[in-house]
Write a protein that binds this ligand. Structure first.
Ligand SMILES: O=C(O)CCC(=O)C(=O)O
Ligand SMILES: [Fe+2]
Length: 348
């Protein structure tokens, strides 16, 4: 006899943050009210200079700004040659939008999965050594696990989450404030100080042309990565990450932000975004269905790992019979995942 499934399985899930919300419906008007908002009026107002990492740029210095503000600017992060090559590879893929939602204004044009349309995006933007190090610090996972009488140590490398060219056109309205980690149901908590281990994603945005307050620079709310999940940002709390061609704006996914209105007559705001997430979480975009195998085969081992083809240690993402897909594509490579190298006999 088959048992019919309950009508709405989501009702079985723990209510989490929902339990602190009061919903009401009056006629056509639906409202939601946070029942016990946490008292927090902290508001940081750094200037673009405060957000900019001084020369010589180091990962420590970027991390320090991210810990304080949730965002950081690095001048000349990628060379003009790389930024131009990315543009040449990706811009032919602009097409009329088929997507009708309003999370992005109608005037915003996008090219998605740029990491699969440009080897320069994959190798030079995503695999930039500074960015890789930053990702490892903020979203890499390293733990020990008991397996039988051994203790193994496994490292799950960050992976691509989504990669997009976003061109905000004249007339576009503000994109709503949001945190990018909503896709992973990350629950942000009030914190006095940044704590490592809770971040699920991190972004690097590169300007193809000058991003200004007028043409749609990303605006973000400094310090909001330390806010409780249910605190709502106000427009006056935002700062505009105005950057020049080749500059980078790094941002933690727990930080409130949004693209801005483009109030110019004829300027576009062209920015390439690379979002990375923990190696064990689901990527935002499914790049595997739209990309021919040959493209993956043409990439370096690091790009394949970062694109999410390799196993995330210890055993997440295997292929066929517990094989590491990276080894299938590049037999000479080692990811230490099919035979964990860090096994130590446990002494109890
Ligand atoms: O266009 C921007 O500046 C921000 C885009 C953004 O927030 C997103 O794609 O999640
Ligand atoms: Fe976003």
């Amino acid at each position: 006899m088959t048992v019919p499934p309950p009508k709405d399985l989501s009702e079985l899930a723990p209510s989490g943050t929902l339990s602190n919300v009061e919903f009401s419906v009056e006629g056509d008007v639906k409202t939601a009210k946070i029942k016990n908002p946490i008292k927090d009026e902290r508001s940081l107002k750094p200037t673009v200079d405060d957000l900019t990492v001084s020369e010589p740029v180091t990962v420590d210095k970027i991390a320090e700004k991210l810990e304080i503000y949730g965002g950081a600017i690095v001048k000349n992060h990628l060379s003009e040659e790389i930024v131009d090559k990315m543009w040449d590879d990706i811009s032919p893929h602009f097409k009329k939008r088929t997507w009708n939602g309003d999370f992005f204004p109608q005037e915003t044009l996008r090219v998605t999965a740029t990491v699969c349309k440009s080897k320069t995006v994959a190798e030079d933007f995503m695999c930039n050594p500074l960015f890789m190090e930053l990702c490892a610090r903020f979203i890499g996972k390293k733990n020990t696990f008991v397996i039988g009488d051994e203790l193994t140590t496994a490292y799950s490398e960050p992976q691509h989450c989504s990669s997009t060219l976003l061109s905000i056109g004249p007339g576009a309205k503000d994109q709503p404030y949001h945190r990018d980690d909503i896709i992973h149901h990350n629950i942000c908590q009030y914190r006095e100080k940044y704590e490592y281990g809770h971040e699920t994603a991190i972004a690097c945005a590169i300007a193809h042309n000058k991003a200004t307050k007028a043409n749609g620079a990303t605006r973000f709310v400094p310090g909001s990565h330390l806010w409780d999940h249910q605190r709502v940002p106000k427009p006056e709390e935002a700062v505009y990450a105005e950057i020049e061609k080749g500059d980078a704006f790094f941002m933690l996914a727990s930080c409130f932000h949004g693209g801005s209105a483009n109030t110019t007559k004829d300027e576009w705001r062209n920015m390439s975004f690379m979002f990375m997430t923990q190696g064990l979480l689901r990527q935002e975009i499914n790049i595997f269905l739209e990309t021919p195998l040959e493209y993956f085969q043409s990439l370096s081992v690091q790009a394949l790992k970062s694109i999410g083809v390799a196993v995330s240690q210890p055993f997440c993402g295997w292929y066929r019979d517990l094989e590491d897909p990276l080894k299938v594509m590049k037999p000479e490579s080692s990811n230490g995942s099919d035979d964990i190298e860090n096994a130590f006999k446990l002494v109890v």
